[in-house]
Design a binder for this molecule. Structure first.
Ligand code: CTP
Length: 405
């Protein structure tokens, strides 16, 4: 694990009231070990699960709980917010997230949250039904999209409440890693173009051909690249996802529009990550009016024509170029993963191909990938969150950049 970037950093660790609070002691210890200065703030409910004394001993600093406690300098919640570079909330309960999303300042940790202006990293933990509740989803979307929060997604498994499903707080090591990544701006000075989501190929004004890509992988890559300091252009097909903080999104619909947006920006970028599930074919004609069924017509044939292969086009265009962006593609397969990925690597002229099985990653929050490089590299990631996979892909891209930006 690379936690060097935490050395000397001021981290405010917020703990709210869930059973996962016991893991926050390890997290605090990990931050301290990594050289961070840790200040802990706890909600009253968190103190039911773990004592402030434990955190005080581990952090070496007085733990703050109450709104009207003593402040050394002045106004306690403002001082706590001002003094930290990063606010890590772990566990972040459903109620805390609701308060944060609606700007409540009803207790110290909420008031600190409202006054905090820098990066926030939250590790939600709750019962799986609470996690899936539309209210929680909305709050998470609001915090990610409008407040620019970063999340370490909860894992799946058996929960303390007896239910099984997503909701278990990420492990302290994963949270530390995510915090560390927020400080490392190792892609500063680089520009990265990411494509994401499906393309939509219209048949008539109300019908289309598309696929089930959620866009999650591409959005995770865009968010991670922005966090690491890159300038990011996200060319996105229609998805339900909010634009990640610090990312410029160009919305497109069809493969042809996506190709145009890529072409318009390609000269500016150091890397292209083609996560989009581009439709290989589009209807030969888009009917100007809604197609009507015809009497006696039992079969309707829609003529399709090939879409351009955007990635292969870039591969061919830069094949002999003295300087070229690093080209990363995906290979989504349902069988023969490695063989198909090797073929795509060669056929598309890409520098790396991230291969995954539809059953492993499609529309999910995690994935398992095999990364193959034109230089013969081979890296099996095992099952990881899409956020972690995004970091790995960016590491692979970074290692292929020419020496200086
Ligand atoms: N891709 C592209 N343009 C297309 C089709 C795919 O740029 N018209 C890119 C994708 O974004 C991805 C890679 O090529 O990075 C592989 O996409 P995939 O759908 O797995 O493969 P295809 O090339 O479409 O091959 P097939 O459908 O035959 O498996």
């Amino acid at each position: 694990m690379n936690s060097d970037t935490l050395e000397g950093r001021a981290v405010l660790l917020g703990i709210t009231g869930g059973i996962a609070a016991y893991k926050s002691a390890s997290l605090c210890r990990l931050f301290v070990k990594a050289g961070a200065h840790v200040q802990v703030v706890m909600s009253r409910a968190a103190c039911e699960f773990i004592t402030p004394l434990t955190l005080q001993t581990l952090s070496g600093r007085e733990v703050h709980v109450d709104m009207f406690g003593r402040s050394v300098k002045g106004v306690e919640h403002i001082d706590l917010a001002d003094d930290a570079e990063l606010f890590v909330v772990a566990p972040a309960t459903a109620d805390y997230l609701a308060r944060a999303a609606t700007g409540r300042a009803s207790d110290l940790i909420s008031a600190v949250t409202l006054a905090f202006t820098k990066q926030v990293l939250a590790a939600p933990a709750m019962n799986t039904n609470m996690w899936n509740n539309p209210a929680t989803r909305r709050n998470l979307d609001t915090l990610a999209a409008s407040h620019g929060w970063n999340f370490v997604q909860p894992g799946s498994g058996e929960l303390a409440c007896g239910w099984s499903g997503q909701g278990r707080m990420a492990e302290p090591e994963e949270i530390l890693e995510a915090a560390s990544a927020l400080f490392s701006a190792d892609l500063r000075g680089r520009a990265v173009l990411v494509t994401a989501g499906p393309t939509v190929e219209d048949i008539d004004p109300v019908r289309f051909l598309s696929n089930r890509s959620s866009g999650k992988m591409g959005y995770a890559v865009a968010a991670a690249a922005a966090r690491r300091g890159a300038e990011v252009i996200l060319v996105s097909g229609p998805t339900a996802l909010p634009c990640p903080a610090g990312v410029r999104r160009v919305d497109v619909r069809s493969a042809l529009e996506m190709q145009r947006a890529v072409d318009e920006n390609i000269a500016e970028v150091d890397a292209v990550v083609m996560c989009a599930a581009v439709a290989d074919y589009r209807p030969a004609k888009v009917a100007p009016h809604k197609l009507k069924k015809q009497r006696g017509e039992d079969e309707r044939i829609i003529e399709l024509v090939r879409n351009p292969d955007i990635l292969a086009g870039l591969g061919a265009r830069f094949a002999d170029a003295p300087s070229r962006p690093v080209l990363a593609g995906f290979a989504l397969e349902t069988k023969d993963l490695e063989r198909a990925a090797q073929k795509k690597l060669a056929a598309k002229g890409a520098d790396i191909i991230v291969a995954n099985l539809a059953a492993d990653g499609f529309a999910k929050d995690d994935n398992a990938a095999l990364i193959l490089g034109r230089d013969g590299a081979r890296r099996d990631t095992g099952r990881v969150s899409k956020r972690q996979l995004a970091e790995v892909i960016l590491d692979e891209i970074k290692s292929r950049f020419p020496a200086n930006p």
